[in-house]
Design a protein. Sequence first.
Length: 560
Amino acid sequence: MAELDPRHFSKIVTAGADRAPNRSMLRAVGFRDEDFNKSQIGIASTWSMVTPCNMHIDQLARQAEAGVNAAGGKGIIFNTITVADGIGMGTEGMKYSLVSREVIADSIEAVMGCEGLDGVVAIGGCDKNMPGCLITMARLNRPSVFVYGGTILPGCYEGKKVDIVSVFEAVGAHSNQKISDQELKNIECSAIPGPGSCGGMYTANTMASAIEALGMSLPNSSAQAAISQAKTEDCRHAGAAVLNLLKKGIRPRDIMTKKAFENAITVVIALGGSTNAVLHLLAIAHSAQVKLSLDDFTRIGKKVPVLADLKPSGRFLMADLVEIGGVQPLMKLLLDKGFLHGDCLTVTGLTMAENLARVGPYPVGQEIIRSFENPIKKSSHLIILYGNLAATGAVAKISGKEGEFFTGRAIVFESEEKALQAILSGKVKKGHVIVIRYEGPQGGPGMREMLSPTSAIMGKGLGKDVALITDGRFSGGSHGFVVGHVTPEAFVGGPLAIIRNGDTITIDAHKRRLDVQLADKEIKARLKKWRQPKPRYTRGLLAKYARSVSSAHLGALTDL
């Protein structure tokens, strides 16, 4: 850690007689004479009214700005985009979801680079905001703190807690005539009571927890309600923390080390987190110049148990975890058991062990976080599979409740929409392995999440009776026997492209294999006849993305 000039970047923009025009512009947005001698800290806000996940972040950004100003810096708020995964899900628009991660990263980099900002507080809510912010922090390597916008409070329907996944699964139940039109409408109207990210251990809460374990957010930032005094204070403290990092010369790559990524993976596993964490942590690590691969998830996953009984496969919501103390007591348990690297530096300027030193245990009798003697699963639910369908890897989310071995006959679909129609109409039967292809990063393009099909499967009562494999992704809300991120993807000639209806496919979590029961000679013969489809988009953002994006097993990056 080299000593940093607290105005290393901003003085290039504002110091000296020749920068009078620059200062003149800044005076119009509220700068005074004394502000030009302060560190300028960007407050990257992902506020938007397109999603409840981010609808409150404009107010959080003002709190972070106030924290910077009170600590002696000058905060400057600027915005970037967000898209709403829950709204785009199951439509063509969802192809923009993963793409938005890159747009967010690029846009924050553009503002920070152009305006000469010395550090950043980034505030994210919906799924792609968080890794987008972290990718930029790692690229720029300027003192940075991430703030999670916070989890939503649960809705209530007939005395039960409900959330967005409850609505998706209600659609499947409705198609199976288990609930009426009015019941579906009532669940729809009850599930989202206000601001905050989707309430289970879905992708937003998973990534918030991973970022805290990575050391890039303040203690317990990941486990606070969106509308709470704790979240307001988190934002103010983050503003002050960036200036402390500037003073101490601590930059993101000092924090985001290989051991820090191992801590993040460990916490994701213990919480039963989303498969998207694999994709996003690989991408962030690349930007931080840290070598991380799918095999690191296997190595760590063999020893770390799943301890959290959280949705989608468990019983509780993130708001329930917040009530008993959040993620910090879990991290303390993992540290004491030797599963975390306590010497990793964090944005507090202290190590992980120092941050956790005074953290107490969970309340006696709580049922959300299990003991090591009574885990949900003795090893990771995130299983990296290889085989003749996944030469460079695939990611399965197998909690154990649906079993760890499945063999069935393929029923093949060229898109998510066609698969969903078949599930809802009853065409998909027990024993089927649903294959959804040409949904990968290049082929989709954009690697859509298959929450609609997986929720329909659960709503139809087929969760233990069918499997689903895809070169697309899964929402953190997906559960059941599901395998995504199959690489090489179908669009580039991966064997998924030549699967036919009736082929036998085997998923074996014990052996970590994904195979079609075909001879190598037959696979080669089919591939020889295969022809790549024409790109679905030839102009615009999706076309540019498809031309530049890497394979999912590398993190689906656009700057390799």
